[in-house]
Structure formats: C-alpha cells, structure tokens
Design a binder for this molecule. Structure first.
Ligand code: CAA
Length: 258
C-alpha cells in the first residue's frame, strides 16, 4: 500500500488503519479516500486479514468530515461525482466487504467521518467522542450515505432531527439510540474493537462473510442515488458558497435560502 495519509499495519490477522491528517482533524480529502480504497481492496484480497479497524490519529478527531477546503468551488456535477465515487470506492466498498470493519471512534465523527463510521459494520466510541451530520450548516446534505445509514441505524425520527439541526450528540447519547455499539474510555477504543474482532477470528470465515452479505442485502435501496443527486444540486446554491466561506473564514454564516 502506498500510504501518505494513512498508517496501516497488520497485527494478529487484523488490519489497523489510522487516518493520519491530524492537523486537518483527519478530514477526508481525495488522496485519503484513494488510499482507503486501496486498503479495503487489500483487506478483501488478503487471506491473512480477518477484520479491519479504522481510527483517526490524535486525541481530538476520528474524522471531521469530507475536506471542505477541497470542494469549496465545486459545481453541482463535480459534487455529484464526488459522492458517487466516494460511495463506490470507499463507503459502499466497506459495507460490502467480505471481512468485518470496525470504526474505533476516538473523537469527532462529523459529516463524512460519521458516514465512514456508519459504513463500518460495528462502532466503538470513546466517551469524549461527538457524532453528527453538520452538512446543512454548510448548505449541503450528507453525501456519503449519511441520510440512508443514519436512518437505518437509529430510525427516521432521530435521523431527521440530527440531520436538520446539524447538532452533534455525545457518545453516550449515540449508544442509547443504537448509533454506536459500545462507549469506552478513549484509551480503550482500539482494545475494545480488537476484542470484538478476536471473537470473529474464531468463527468460520466463509460464514462470517455470508452473514455480512445477508445483513447488508436487507438494507439496499434507491435512497443512495437520491442522496447523491440532491448532494450535487446543493453545490449550485448560494447558501453552499456562503456556508463554506463562513467555515473557511471562521465566522457565522448568513443563509438567504437561495
Ligand atoms: N475539512 C477541512 N478542514 C477541516 C475540517 C474539514 N471537514 N474540519 C476541520 N478542519 C481543519 C480546520 O479548518 C482547521 O484548520 P486550520 O488550523 O488550518 O484553520 C483545523 O482542521 C482544526 O479545526 P478547527 O480550528 O475548526 O478546530 P475546532 O476545535 O475549533 O473545531 C470542529 C473542531 C468542531 C470539528 C470544526 O473543525 C468543524 O466544525 N469542522 C467541520 C465539520 C464539518 O462541517 N464536517 C462536514 C464536512 S462536509 C461533508 O462531510 C460532506 C459529505 O457528507 C460528503
């Protein structure tokens, strides 16, 4: 693997992936997504790997979202393409993987970061983690499957509240609504995820793959395409330009609804 934005290591049949852009709170730029895609393929095609754990570097963030600075001048078509490729190469690729992926959420999991965690099969969160989909405060909607996977995990009512208020929730709240499987002290996040995969490693590999495939098959719907199209359309609005300008200039945004 040609990692620049990831640190990867296989230990005792588990592939550990650390997203390593601490200064940008591990935001997912294109290069990081490409490296993640490579790591997913490696996991799927390497018999030695029985499961994968994804985490973020540093103590502050798992992943603070897609890299806002990278797409600040995107057109609608470019936005739609970003989402489509993201689904194909990373988010759906994780969900459809033959091996279980666990998100070890060590801090902020926002926007594309929560979407990455939700694409994983299991989530373990640090007590200090904050989870949310803040895209509407940028004039966007979640574009990496968030509208679909959050609804699947927590139900329509809570998903709509989280998405349209853009407010993050704590790890304990996330556990209460079924968004994360476990909440542990920050220092134990990787250990807890490893403990879960150590059980999986004792089970029959082909049956584990079949079980993942069967569960995921129950969730497929057309909503991802609707989300991708609407995500692209958001890039054409004045509100999107205002939302991103406000983020980059560290000031509150003033939306006009156009
Ligand atoms: N993209 C690019 N850079 C980011 C980023 C992101 N998503 N999140 C944080 N950063 C950068 C900041 O710009 C800052 O860089 P500089 O030091 O160069 O200014 C650095 O990381 C540290 O961040 P802050 O100074 O903002 O740290 P903070 O402690 O004040 O706030 C935070 C932390 C609340 C997580 C805040 O950084 C934040 O709100 N980040 C953006 C979260 C967000 O909106 N995510 C959704 C992105 S859109 C998306 O994901 C679309 C999709 O569905 C596909």
């Amino acid at each position: 693997m040609t990692d620049q934005n990831l640190i990867t290591a296989v230990r005792e049949n588990i592939l550990y992936i650390t997203i390593n852009r601490e200064k940008a709170l591990n935001a997912l730029n294109k290069a990081t997504l490409a490296e993640l895609a490579e790591a997913i393929t490696f996991a799927n095609t390497t018999d030695e790997v029985r499961g994968v754990i994804i985490t973020g570097s540093g103590e502050k963030a798992f992943v603070a979202g897609a890299d806002i600075k990278e797409f600040s001048d995107y057109t609608g078509a470019q936005g739609e393409e970003l989402a489509r490729k993201g689904h194909e190469l990373v988010f759906n690729a994780i969900e459809n993987a033959k091996k279980p992926f666990i998100a070890a959420i060590n801090g902020f999991a926002l926007g594309g970061g929560l979407e990455l965690a939700m694409a994983c099969h299991i989530r373990v969160a640090a007590e200090s983690a904050k989870l949310g989909l803040p895209e509407v405060s940028l004039g966007l909607i979640p574009g990496y499957g968030g509208t679909q996977r959050l609804t699947q995990l927590v139900g329509k009512g809570k998903a709509i509240e989280m998405i349209i208020t853009a407010n993050p929730i704590t790890a304990h709240e996330a556990e209460k609504i079924g968004l994360v499987n476990y909440v542990v002290p920050q220092s134990d996040v990787i250990a807890k995820a490893t403990e879960i995969l150590n059980f999986v490693k004792k089970r029959a590999p082909l049956a584990v793959s079949a079980a993942l495939k069967a569960v995921v098959a129950s969730l497929n719907n057309e909503g991802y395409q609707v989300e991708t199209t609407l995500f692209g359309e958001c890039f054409e609005t004045e509100d999107f330009k205002e939302g991103v300008a406000a983020f980059v200039n560290k000031r509150p945004s003033v939306f006009l609804g156009k």
